[in-house]
Design a protein around this ligand. Structure first.
Ligand SMILES: [Cu+2]
Length: 229
């Protein structure tokens, strides 16, 4: 009886303390890559803060550089990357690259072959048309202000964004393997329920950690109790 009372006293206090790990107000890190990347690899996040965004939305890349796209675990939607043109920002260009849609936590990569400007949009249309919300990206823009006009053109589109089916290559873009520095971090999370890969979400990490710790603590407490009973 004494042990049971002790457990009754300890457990609520312990669980209550652990609740702070679930506090939604805990700041979430969305900054840079959690791993150091080779200089020819550029990481681009999709849907940070559950927004219709590429972060960053302009990239300066050399021919042969790799763009590694990671869908943020903060996103509630799937996202992707489709190649378009300045005149039709939300329409897949003929022969353009099309990643298809990827889930939060996923990482995919392409290699850029050339230094001409490349224009992309997110093909997600359900329930919102992401392109029309300005979810666009320029690789090697001609001027820094190009992204402003490209985004304005995208948000002015009234017809639904179009995409055909995933295409592994496009104009100066070829799908490629995810750089090992990123694939190791994303593969470790793909077995988890929510994933906590490239976005570096400390919140989901804290939740996973505290759940595991709580389970371990309960096992220890009850193991001790039953051993003594
Ligand atoms: Cu999107």
């Amino acid at each position: 009886m004494k042990l049971l009372s002790l457990a009754a006293l300890i457990l609520p206090a312990y669980v209550s303390a652990q609740d702070y790990g679930f506090d939604p107000s805990t700041p979430t890190t969305t900054s840079a890559a959690p791993v150091s990347l080779p200089s020819n690899v550029h990481q681009i996040m999709l849907g940070v803060g559950n927004g219709f965004t590429f972060t960053p939305n302009t990239i300066t890349a050399n021919s042969g550089d790799v763009l590694a796209f990671t869908v943020s675990t903060q996103s509630s939607a799937n996202h992707g990357v489709v190649q378009s043109t300045p005149d039709a920002p939300c329409t897949e260009m003929t022969g353009g690259y099309d990643s298809g849609l990827w889930a939060p936590g996923d990482t995919f990569a392409v290699t850029i072959n050339g230094t001409e400007p490349l224009y992309f949009y997110c093909p997600q249309t359900n329930p919102a048309v992401h392109c029309q919300h300005g979810m666009v990206l320029i690789v090697n823009p001609m001027t820094p202000s190009d992204i402003t006009s490209f985004m304005a053109a995208a948000t002015a589109v009234t017809s639904e964004a179009t995409a055909t089916s995933p295409q592994s290559s496009g104009s100066d873009v070829v799908a490629t393997a995810v750089p090992s520095a990123l694939s190791s971090s994303s593969s470790s999370s793909s077995s988890g329920s929510s994933g906590s890969s490239g976005s570096g979400s400390t919140t989901s990490g804290a939740i996973k950690g505290s759940v595991a710790t709580t389970a371990g603590f309960l096992t220890a407490v009850f193991g001790f109790f039953f051993a003594m009973a």
